[in-house]
Design a protein. Sequence first.
Length: 268
Amino acid sequence: MDLNVDGRNVYAATGGRPFDPAKPAVLMVHGAGMDHTVWQLPARWLAWHGHGVLAVDLPGHGRSEGPALTSLADMVAWLGRVMDAAGVQKAGIVGHSMGGAIAVEAAATLPERVTRIALLGTAAAIPVNKALLDAARDTPERAYEMMTTWSHAAGAKMGGNPVPGLWMTGGSLALLARNAPGVLYTDLAACAAWSTGAAAAARVRCPALAVLAANDIMTPTRNGAELARLIPGSTTVTIPDCGHMLLAEQPDATLDALKGLFAAEMAA
């Protein structure tokens, strides 16, 4: 689905069904250097179980026109304009890594528009290793290799793909290689500069779910658990044998966690 936001084309996958703004809406926001394709399984499941799904490509990512946005605050404001363009007044937000940080900030700053949030592999701060940030700026291919190595648990590096015949780490490398010049660096710099996560988390009042990966070294489980503790009334699910790439490494377990968050809307 194509939307016009700020005079530029924005692409959002709809889970294989036409988007209906009359249904409970779910926005899905990818992480740094990613795009809408990471959401294939949960987007399709939610779309076929009573929701209107918009798995967006952030500006400069995937099929959305650039430039990439330089701060999380700008990304949150942009997400509100995406909702306007789609005719959506309220929505749940599911975000992975940087996308989860966007979800936290959106729930804090747009409380009347955000119905619930799910935070996958997210923390209240996202510091970025200097070597990774420098590589993203100067030698992006090296940054793609570093991110792929750090973001997968050991099992994923030895095969591990739940779909026979597919290469887990090769798929991640291919996804990162689709980035336009400068996009990954812009994302990582925005993450490194984000300083309001803890304060935003404390202001969240909607239902919130933190999905943690037991073997995540990019966003360690303890950091994700601390974010959950800052959000009043939040719940936590920890997925074993999984690194930062939850949606690729443990797609079924990740979907099961999301089903719990959206169960009330599905029953309505």
